[in-house]
Design a protein. Structure first.
Length: 282
């Protein structure tokens, strides 16, 4: 090969090598930004990850006192986790048991009946006596006797069991002797029912006790099957009729001349007070 050609070939080779080095350098220079970009991206990713973790940790740290406060409040209030739900049948049984226990604990003993309250159980030989004091006073005056009230009760009871003996009369507040007499009756087997005397247009004084007698008869008939009326006023006829319809045995004792026929007709037994004169006089 001619020397000139060899020299050209050598120069071409040198230029080629130089271009190669330049290309490699360019490649190297262009690769460096790519590598740096990748590194910066990876660093940014790591920083974001670290920041997220830090934020989560911060949130947890902020929530921790609140959770601690809730736990403290729950402990202080003594609350406990909600128990599991019970079936409806079991709830019903529990409610019924609780109600029975509550009724048993809150049940109050029945109060004892007062001594003055008669027994509800009726007895065939139980008797209650109603005495019209005004009628008895005029009858005794007509018979010209002074009544012995103890003997009078014995004669009216006739061996039966006496539940009550009521004595109805009008009173004069200024009459001390009458007040002493009524006090004695009250202490010797009578229940005195009194009302103050009122002045009538004709100048007489009277106390109408028919309403009180009728009401007491109705009330006592719930406990006593036998009623004895010592009186003769026809105003009591309707009360006796109702008692008779209830099955109450009615006795009327009075002076016949001072007794309404309607009372005698309604009575199951009638006794003329004149027939008892010797038994009841003092």
């Amino acid at each position: 090969m001619p020397q000139s050609d060899m020299k050209k070939a050598s120069e071409n080779a040198s230029h080629a090598v130089g271009r190669t080095k330049v290309s490699d350098r360019n490649i190297s220079l262009s690769a460096e930004p790519v590598a740096e970009t990748k590194i910066e991206s990876e660093i940014s990713h790591r920083e974001l990850t670290s920041a997220s973790a830090s934020a989560s940790l911060g949130n947890l740290e902020q929530a921790a006192p609140q959770m601690s406060g809730l736990s403290h409040d729950a402990t202080a209030s003594g609350s406990s986790p909600e128990p599991p739900k019970v079936s409806s049948k079991r709830k019903s049984r529990n409610a019924a048991s609780s109600l029975l226990r509550s009724n048993k604990n809150t049940a109050k003993p029945q109060p004892n009946l007062p001594a003055s309250t008669p027994s509800v159980t009726q007895s065939s030989d139980l008797i209650t006596i109603f005495i019209d004091g005004s009628n008895l006073f005029y009858a005794a005056s007509h018979l010209n006797i002074e009544v012995d009230y103890r003997r009078l009760l014995t004669s009216l009871v006739r061996g039966r069991r006496l539940l009550r003996a009521y004595f109805y009369t009008g009173v004069d507040p200024q009459n001390e002797k009458q007040r002493g007499f009524l006090l004695w009756l009250n202490r010797h087997g009578h229940r005195v029912v009194s009302k103050e005397l009122t002045n009538l247009p004709d100048g007489s004084r009277k106390a109408n006790m028919h309403v009180e007698m009728a009401v007491d008869m109705m009330r006592i008939s719930e406990y006593c099957p036998n009623i004895t009326l010592l009186g003769g006023d026809g105003n009591l006829a309707y009360a006796l009729q109702v008692l008779s319809q209830r099955g109450i045995f009615i006795e009327v004792v009075s002076l016949q001349s001072m007794t309404s026929d309607s009372l005698i007709d309604l009575a199951d037994s009638y006794t003329d007070l004149a027939d008892l004169r010797d038994e009841i006089k003092r």
